[in-house]
Design a binder for this molecule. Structure first.
Ligand SMILES: *[C@@H]1O[C@H](CO)[C@@H](O)[C@H](O)[C@H]1NC(C)=O
Ligand SMILES: *[C@@H]1O[C@H](CO)[C@@H](O)[C@H](O)[C@H]1NC(C)=O
Ligand SMILES: *[C@@H]1O[C@H](CO)[C@@H](O)[C@H](O)[C@H]1NC(C)=O
Ligand SMILES: *[C@@H]1O[C@H](CO)[C@@H](O)[C@H](O)[C@H]1NC(C)=O
Ligand SMILES: *[C@@H]1O[C@H](CO)[C@@H](O)[C@H](O)[C@H]1NC(C)=O
Ligand SMILES: *[C@@H]1O[C@H](CO)[C@@H](O)[C@H](O)[C@H]1NC(C)=O
Ligand SMILES: *[C@@H]1O[C@H](CO)[C@@H](O)[C@H](O)[C@H]1NC(C)=O
Length: 231
């Protein structure tokens, strides 16, 4: 009853509860951890792609705080600007392998762009060091090239696979549904006149970026179009 007599107190309380809600849920709901296949990234790239030699490894594109209801996901949030001195030299040397800038060759610039566009949006949970450390650990946890190789899916100039061939191979290892993203094939051939290229594999993680969960976005490939894994 006292509260009804004091609308101001009520508003303050409501505002405090609202702040708690914001702080507990943040501006994102889950993470998309995106790894790219460098040869596919470099096909038709306008950039020099001088580091395009990593034929054994999928490499990190980014760790993106995401929101189910808003597909353009949070991005360019308010937060502290990228500062390389906040990363340890040990981590930097690991990131040069797991998170290289395959297109332009300036790794720092790539990390800076990803942190400023995406990392800041999950700063409430992961500071800059943690964000890059966690991404590297995610990269280490599964070797996509190796998983695909065990399912006889290996880089080949003409052979093709279906979306579900690729997803099932990965899912049988991770127990979680990944998302696969494709790119238009600039050089289809008569075996595969309507093909697309395997470009990126996305793993989803819950809010704390610790536990992997199923991804449920719609596929990032064209339906019923064969997929090449370009060498
Ligand atoms: C997700 O995005 C929607 C639409 O932009 C927004 O209304 C909602 O608050 C966001 N969710 C969170 C947890 O930020
Ligand atoms: C692929 O990753 C392994 C393991 O970290 C590393 O030893 C190797 O140098 C990487 N290959 C390339 C081309 O970066
Ligand atoms: C970058 O981080 C280092 C180490 O935390 C700090 O000493 C320095 O002042 C920071 N630079 C900027 C521009 O914030
Ligand atoms: C790489 O990018 C960083 C950050 O944008 C910049 O400070 C640096 O000068 C660049 N290095 C080269 C060699 O262009
Ligand atoms: C992943 O597996 C491939 C093929 O088995 C191997 O060449 C590569 O070094 C491995 N990469 C990492 C990061 O362990
Ligand atoms: C692939 O198969 C080899 C040999 O059976 C096995 O040692 C390796 O752990 C497998 N890798 C994956 C990612 O399943
Ligand atoms: C994906 O899963 C989340 C969480 O379970 C749910 O809120 C969302 O509606 C699902 N989206 C689709 C497209 O199924």
């Amino acid at each position: 009853m006292a509260m009804l007599k004091s609308p101001l107190a009520f508003l303050v309380l409501a505002f405090a509860l609202f702040l708690c809600f914001i702080m507990s849920t943040g501006s994102y709901v889950y993470f998309q951890f995106v790894q790219q296949w460098p040869p596919a990234t470099c096909i038709r790239s306008k950039k020099p792609c001088s580091k395009h030699r990593a034929l054994q490894n999928f490499t990190i594109h980014g760790l993106w705080p995401s929101n189910y209801s808003n597909p353009t996901r949070p991005s360019n949030c308010v937060g502290s600007h990228f500062n390389e001195s906040k990363l340890s030299p040990q981590l930097i040397s690991k990131l040069r392998i797991s998170w290289p800038d395959v297109e332009s060759g300036n790794d720092t610039q790539f990390w800076e762009g990803e942190w400023n566009k995406h990392g800041k949006c999950s700063q409430e949970k992961l500071n800059q060091m943690q964000y890059f450390e966690r991404s590297h650990d995610m990269w280490m946890s599964y070797n996509i090239t190796d998983i695909l190789k065990n399912a006889s899916i290996v880089p080949h100039p003409t052979q093709t696979w279906t979306y579900s061939d690729i997803v099932s191979a990965i899912k049988s290892k991770t127990q979680r549904t990944p998302l696969v993203r494709c790119k238009r094939d600039p050089a289809p051939n008569k075996n595969a006149p309507n093909s697309q290229l395997l470009h990126e594999v996305v793993f989803c993680y819950e809010y704390k970026a610790k536990k992997q969960i199923d991804c449920n976005r719609t596929a990032g490939c064209w339906n019923n179009v064969d997929i090449k894994f370009p060498p």
